[in-house]
Ligand binder design. Structure first.
Ligand code: PLP
Length: 392
């Protein structure tokens, strides 16, 4: 028996598991404490009425022999892929529904996509960033080079003198909230086209972008269809964290070594994945309806207001912070030379506030901290009062 020895190279505990343990321990010691969570970003608003109605209708269909559905298309039902293509049309991006793959969320696909690539590829991963990119590549034993995101580059690393076959980009970024401009993404696309690399573009937070000059899809950049795969999620924009639905775009133009990656991804999915439930796909379709879009804007408005409240309060205290404008994340510098976990402990113990230590997203996140806008406006205001006391 041989195990996958690469797992030994993983950090012992996934970031949010450790946070969960620490918060639970604090809660047990202080049962009276009213803890406000601005950490994992799970306190989203509930599903909007258009989605709930669509889910109910789909449940009724599944309970009626005349409309019952069994196994569906692994790639996703045509009605949802067409709705997503329509959404992209609104961004000026033309996609064939065959280029869209419905998933149970971006996290699975971000890991699973690696099935298409050899283990000898060099992978470039921003530091700090959503930890799933690094861990999934460690599991496969790939060589990783880091793209340092720091105050000097406004947390937006650019291609340098490196050789990378697979490049992860996340914009708007988790955890820093930084958003690439059009000209910056043009440089990344040019790099990938020059080097034959593939960009894995994580657009999980695209719906938070309000400035039409900022790209919300990499396919708004000419040439990107020949070098990029895009991942998207309904988790944060439409409250699907528990319902689970996302999608991945693999354009027909994306060819490497004479192989259509779209065809290989289809082959992979039809072998290892049996699709997202019909009920959930009907709910997801409703997100893209005019009423659904209007209703999710209400939720997005709340998150944007929360981000504004947090950022304004921090700036008032003279705290260096980034993000929170086209993003639900506020990235801030820990005070008085504290490291990220020290600040985590201080906020938990002194303010009963939970955030996420920046070092959990990579070594360059040490000394920084992430707060999220995923909460109610009331809780965000209470959190701000506690932060103001903390900085007094
Ligand atoms: N990508 C990024 C950057 C994220 O922050 C998250 C969730 O936090 C995901 C992907 C995962 O999304 P999903 O819930 O669709 O799996």
């Amino acid at each position: 028996m041989q195990l996958n020895e690469h797992y030994r190279n993983l950090e012992e505990s996934y970031l949010f598991t450790r946070i969960g343990r620490l918060v639970a321990a604090y809660g047990q010691e202080h049962p009276e404490a009213e803890i406000i969570r601005l950490g994992i970003g799970d306190v989203t608003r509930p599903l909007v009425p258009a989605v709930v109605e669509a889910l109910h209708r789909a449940v009724a269909e599944m309970g009626d022999a005349a409309t019952f559905r069994g196994y569906g298309d692994e790639q996703g039902y045509g009605f949802l892929r067409e709705a997503i293509a329509g959404y992209y049309q609104g961004k000026g991006v033309s996609l064939d529904p065959d280029e869209i793959f419905v998933s149970d969320g971006a996290k699975s696909d971000l890991g699973n996509i690696l099935d298409l690539f050899g283990t000898d590829n060099v992978v470039a991963i921003p530091n700090p960033v959503y930890p799933v990119y690094l861990d999934t590549n460690i599991m496969a034993g790939r060589k990783v080079v880091f793209l340092e995101a720091n105050e000097e580059n406004d947390f937006l690393p650019m291609p340098g003198k490196m050789q990378a076959d697979i490049i992860y980009l996340c914009s708007p970024n988790n955890p820093t909230g930084a958003v690439y401009t059009r000209s910056q993404l043009e440089q990344w696309v040019a790099y990938a086209l020059d080097h034959g690399s593939v960009i894995l573009f994580d657009a999980a937070y695209e719906a938070f972008i309000t400035d039409p000059d900022l790209p919300s899809s990499i396919y708004q950049i000419p040439g990107a269809k020949s070098c990029a795969i895009e991942f998207c999620s309904l988790s944060k924009t439409a409250g699907f964290t528990g319902t689970r639905c996302g999608y991945t775009v693999v354009p027909a133009e994306l060819i490497r070594e004479g192989v259509s990656l779209r065809k290989w991804w289809l082959r992979r999915q039809t072998t290892k994945f049996n699709g997202v439930s019909y009920i959930v796909q009907r709910g997801a379709e409703a997100v893209f309806s005019p009423t659904g879009q209007e209703q999710i804007q209400e939720s997005l408005k709340v998150y944007r207001e929360n981000a504004r409240i947090l950022r304004t309060a921090l700036e008032k205290q003279g705290v260096a912070c980034w993000g929170g404008i086209h993003s639900p994340y506020i990235w801030l510098k820990c005070p008085d030379g504290m490291d990220s976990w020290q600040y985590f402990d201080a906020l938990l113990h002194r303010c009963q506030l939970v955030g996420t230590p920046g070092c959990g997203f990579g070594s360059c996140g040490e000394g920084y901290f992430r707060l999220t806008a995923f909460n109610t406006i009331e809780n965000t205001r209470r959190a701000v009062e506690r932060l103001e006391n903390f900085y007094k």
